[in-house]
Design a protein around this ligand. Structure first.
Ligand code: SF4
Length: 463
C-alpha cells in the first residue's frame, strides 16, 4: 500500500537531512507524530529544538529520526511539491481578470487561476480571501505569518460581489478585520475599473482602509489591464489621460492627510497612472520604502534614482571607437529609458544607444509593460533595425529563472532570428549604465563624490 507523505526532491549539502542520510525520493510522513498538511505546518513544526521525524525511505523502510538542533535551524529539505499540497484555484470570475483575456493556445500553466494564501506568503501573490476558511485564518494567526497581500478592489461589499462575480466576496472582507485585530501585517491592492470602483467608490475604499493603518502597511491602486481578447467579457473601458489625473489627485490628497496623521503615505498610485497622466513620478520618500515595487509602484522612480546616482559619478569620456548598442522595452518605460540613454550618449562621445519601443501586438496595444512583451513582437519589430553590438532586454521579459519568453520562444531563437547578441539586464539603474557602457563604464574614472550634484533625469529634458 502506498503511504501518504511528502516526497523529498532535494537534500541540501551540509544540512541536518544530509547528516541523517536522507535522499531524494524518501518521504516525510510526520513530525512529532503530526500529519503535515502543507508548507505552513512543516515550517511551524520544524521550529523546535528537538523534533521526531518519521521518514519512509524509497526502499519502503520506515525510520523515526530524533533530531536535536537549533530552534530556527531548517532540516535542509526541498519537496517535490513546493507547497506540500495542491495549489488552490480561485472561486471568482472577476470582470477584469487578465487570465480570461489571454489568447488561446498558450502554455497551460499560464491559465491557472490561483488564489492561494500560502502563495501570498511564499511569493507575495495577492489573494481575494474568498476561498480562505476559518481554519486558514486561525493558522495564519497561530503561526503569526505575514505580510498577507490582499486584492481588495473595493470595500463596498455589494460592489465587490459584482466585480468578483462571487456572492461571498463581500463578506470575505470581514476577514481583514480578524487579521487586523490579530496584528497580522497586510498590504492591499485595488485594481481600478473605469466607472466601476473609481471616483467616489475609490474614495470610500481609501477611507475605509485607513482604519487598518499601521497593520495594513500600504494599498496600491493599479489600472485594470485590458488586452484585445475581451470578446464576450464584461465591457470595460480604458482609462484616459484625464481619468489618470483624477485618480492621482485623489490619491495624493489622501497621501498628504495620512502622512500628517500616521507618518506614512499608505495609498499609492502605480507608475502607469503618472505616465498616462503625463506627470512626473513622485519623489522617492512618497513610496514609503517601495513596499509595492512588485506591483509596479515606484519602479520608475527607483530606476531613475539609481541611474542618476550612478550617472552623476561618471566623468565625461570619449570611447576609443564608435560603439552602437540597442535596447528594447515596452511603451510604459520607453520615455524614461530613452532619456537615460541620451544622457549617456551626451556624456560618452562615440556611444550610440538605439532605444526601441515595442508595441504589444500579441496582447493588444493597451498592454504596455515590458514583462508582457513576447518574442514574436520583438522579432517582428526589430528585424530591420540597427541593433549594433548587442541588444539589451530587461530581465522581466523572460520567465523567472529561465531563458524562455511568454510565447515559449527561447532566447537563442530570438538571437538567431535577429542575428545579434542579447544581454539580459536587471531592471536597475546602475545595471543599466553597466550594460550600455561595459568596459568603459568599469574603467571610467569616477567623479569625486564631494562634487556630487543631483539632477533628475527629467530636469534636463524639461528645459
Ligand atoms: S481572483 Fe479574479 S483576477 Fe484573480 S485569477 Fe481569480 S478571477 Fe482572475
Amino acid at each position: 500500500m502506498k503511504t501518504k507523505g511528502h516526497v523529498i526532491k532535494k537534500v541540501l549539502p551540509d544540512s541536518i537531512a544530509e547528516e541523517f542520510e536522507l535522499e531524494p525520493g524518501d518521504k516525510l510522513l510526520k513530525i512529532n507524530d503530526v500529519d503535515i498538511e502543507d508548507i505552513f505546518d512543516y515550517q511551524y513544526l520544524v521550529e523546535d529544538d528537538y523534533i521526531e521525524v518519521l521518514i519512509e525511505t524509497k526502499d519502503g523502510e520506515v525510520l523515526l529520526l530524533e533530531i536535536d538542533k537549533e530552534p530556527d535551524e531548517d532540516l535542509g529539505i526541498e519537496f517535490e511539491n513546493g507547497l506540500m499540497s495542491e495549489y488552490r484555484s480561485c472561486h471568482n470570475k472577476c470582470i477584469f481578470c487578465f487570465i480570461d483575456q489571454m489568447p488561446k493556445g498558450m502554455r497551460e500553466t499560464l491559465y491557472f487561476k490561483d488564489d492561494d494564501s500560502r502563495l501570498s506568503f511564499l511569493q507575495g501573490n495577492y489573494i481575494t480571501l474568498t476561498n480562505m476558511s476559518d481554519k486558514d485564518i486561525d493558522r495564519i494567526i497561530r503561526f503569526n505569518l505575514g505580510p498577507i497581500n490582499i486584492s481588495v478592489q473595493t470595500t463596498n461589499k455589494e460592489l465587490r460581489c459584482k466585480m468578483l462575480n462571487n456572492r461571498f466576496a463581500g463578506d470575505a472582507l470581514d476577514k481583514i478585520d480578524v487579521l487586523f485585530k490579530a496584528g497580522i501585517e497586510m498590504n492591499g491592492q485595488i485594481v481600478l475599473c473605469k466607472g466601476i470602483n473609481d471616483g467616489n467608490e475609490l474614495e470610500k475604499s481609501i477611507i475605509d482602509l485607513m482604519k487598518y493603518i499601521p497593520v495594513m502597511r500600504s494599498v496600491s491602486v493599479v489600472p485594470s489591464g485590458l488586452t484585445k481578447y475581451r470578446e464576450g467579457l464584461f465591457p470595460l473601458e480604458s482609462f484616459e489621460k484625464e481619468d489618470a489625473g483624477k485618480v492621482i489627485d485623489l490619491i495624493e490628497k489622501y497621501q498628504k492627510e495620512i502622512y500628517e496623521k500616521h507618518g506614512v503615505h499608505f495609498i499609492q498610485a502605480s507608475d502607469e497612472w503618472y505616465i498616462l497622466a503625463e506627470r512626473d513620478f513622485p519623489e522617492e520618500e512618497r513610496y514609503d520604502g517601495y513596499i509595492q515595487l512588485e506591483n509596479g509602484v515606484g519602479m520608475m522612480r527607483l530606476l531613475i534614482s539609481e541611474f542618476m546616482e550612478e550617472y552623476n559619478t561618471l566623468k565625461p569620456h570619449t570611447l576609443e571607437k564608435k560603439r552602437v548598442v540597442s535596447l528594447a522595452t515596452g511603451v510604459l518605460a520607453y520615455d524614461t529609458l530613452k532619456h537615460m540613454s541620451e544622457m549617456l550618449e551626451d556624456k560618452f562621445e562615440n556611444l550610440k544607444v538605439n532605444c526601441y519601443k515595442i508595441i504589444n501586438n500579441f496582447f493588444g496595444e493597451k498592454i504596455t509593460v515590458s514583462g508582457l512583451i513576447t518574442a514574436t513582437d520583438l522579432m517582428d519589430q526589430l528585424k530591420d533595425k540597427e541593433l549594433g553590438e548587442k541588444l539589451i532586454l530587461p530581465n522581466n521579459i523572460l520567465r523567472s529563472g529561465e531563458d524562455v519568453f511568454l510565447d515559449d520562444y527561447h532566447l537563442s531563437d530570438v538571437k538567431s532570428a535577429l542575428n545579434v547578441d542579447i544581454e539580459i539586464s536587471k531592471c536597475d539603474g546602475k545595471e543599466f549604465c553597466k550594460s550600455i557602457l561595459t568596459d568603459e563604464y568599469l574603467n571610467a574614472e569616477k567623479e569625486d563624490n564631494g562634487n556630487f550634484v543631483y539632477i533628475d533625469v527629467y530636469d534636463k529634458y524639461k528645459k
